[in-house]
Design a protein around this ligand. Structure first.
Ligand code: NAD
Length: 384
């Protein structure tokens, strides 16, 4: 049997190598050529286009980062489904939405091919050791046919029913991975700030109810070594939490803990942590702690209307002034009251005096368009 493998990344490369080691002829394909070279150096074959793969091979496995990458590879103009030979078995190991898995299944059936959603769990160490858990949705006879290839990549292979079910199970897994990752980040940050030895904490938690596979992984492989290269990138976990929350929304279920982890992950990615391993939520926690230590306070500055014409005249200057404060990290939010009675600016500074110093430089105040009132504010965010 000839096998194709598309997406030779942190997971895909070791998975493809394991299929090869199990005795199959494997053709690898990756967006960046370096990974194909690595695969070739380990005995893999390369050089086929997507359409050549779809028309010549028997089984093609995909392991791609984002749902959009999966869509492109399957349904793009040059995609697999356009040239699929009859009976071709397509196996998607990426984490996507159940809707996308079912859609690809239907399109594959129309093209005379077969499709299994087969997301994996067990991380890069499981991928290298061939011990992944694989949860498979689709038609059972096709699952049986593909089993030798799945067994080359994983140890626990589960058939979970209709197309899309494998993806649903995986998203539930990821929901828990996300919550556990944040739990680990908070536990070790708290221990550190309380002056405890993290190694001692780990040895106790690892024998207590707080023990989890995620804690074991995050602490031993990353936090203890103070290295956070993926592994499993935080941006991929952010993607998975978004997919899990979309699934919850479509099932009208509200997931409060997951929602706050989703927000944290979104902010972590926006703040440049996305390429770190997911255990880097710990780093992000420490980073935010550092911010708190600077003891910045919030001041709500009410700018009641004094002169409406001047307010219109100096509005652009006022907004430019605020943009500069925002770029300097001093501004939490700003806005104006729709009834025209004034506006509100929330500053983040160290003191009342510092805030007033800045407010007095605001063109609105300098030009007499507005008055001001400053109040220190205990801010409570809805999604903190
Ligand atoms: P990765 O970013 O390391 O690897 C993805 C690879 O796909 C990259 O080498 C990239 O160049 C390649 N690629 C992207 N678009 C392509 C295209 N159009 N054609 C060919 N190649 C393309 O990601 P990863 O960590 O290996 O994860 C892959 C998938 O597996 C994701 O959906 C992820 O959520 C899932 N997953 C990852 C882990 C993990 O621990 N890393 C665990 C379980 C599941």
């Amino acid at each position: 049997m000839k096998i194709g493998f598309i997406g030779l990344g942190n997971m895909g490369l070791p998975m493809a190598i394991n299929i090869k080691k199990a005795g199959f002829e494997v053709y690898g394909k990756n967006r960046s050529a370096g990974k194909e070279e690595e695969f070739k150096a380990q005995g893999g074959k390369t050089g086929l286009t997507l359409s050549e793969m779809a028309s010549q091979l028997d089984i093609i496995v995909t392991c791609l980062p984002m749902p959009a990458d999966v869509e492109e590879v399957y349904t793009g103009e040059e995609g697999l489904l356009n040239s699929a030979k009859k009976g071709l078995i397509l196996i998607d190991c990426s984490t996507v939405s159940p809707g996308l898995s079912r859609n690809l299944y239907e399109q594959a059936m129309k093209a005379g091919a077969e499709f299994l959603d087969a997301p994996v769990s067990g991380g890069t160490t499981g991928a290298a050791a061939g011990t992944l858990s694989i949860m498979v949705g689709g038609r059972e006879p096709i699952f049986q046919k593909a089993k030798p290839v799945l067994e080359a990549m994983g140890k626990q292979i589960y058939f979970v029913g209709d197309s899309g079910n494998g993806t649903v199970v995986k998203l539930i897994n990821q929901l828990m991975v996300g919550i556990h990752s944040q739990a680990v980040a908070e536990a070790y940050a708290l221990s550190r700030s309380a002056g405890l030895d993290n190694e001692m904490l780990f040895s106790i938690l690892n024998n207590s109810f707080a023990q989890s596979r995620i804690m074991e992984r995050h602490y031993s492989q990353f936090i203890a070594k103070d290295t956070f290269l993926p592994g499993f990138a935080m941006k991929l976990l952010a993607k998975d939490m978004n997919l899990a929350m979309e699934l919850a929304d479509s099932s009208s279920i509200s997931l409060d803990a997951a929602a706050s982890v989703q927000t944290l992950l979104k902010r972590a990615v926006q703040n440049g942590f996305g390429d770190l391993d997911m255990s880097g939520l710990y780093q992000y926690q420490l980073d935010r702690e550092g911010e708190n230590k600077e003891k910045l306070k919030h001041f709500a500055v009410f700018l009641p209307m004094l002169d409406a014409d001047k307010s219109v005249q100096y509005r652009a200057e006022h907004l430019r002034f605020l943009d500069e404060r925002r770029a300097a990290g001093m501004l939490h939010a700003n806005g104006r009251f729709a009834d025209g009675s004034g506006g509100l600016v929330i500053y983040r500074t160290s003191s009342y005096e510092e805030t007033e110093n800045w407010v007095k430089q605001d063109p609105y105040i300098v030009k007499g368009a507005r008055n001001y009132e400053i109040h220190e504010w205990d801010i409570v965010l809805a999604d903190r």
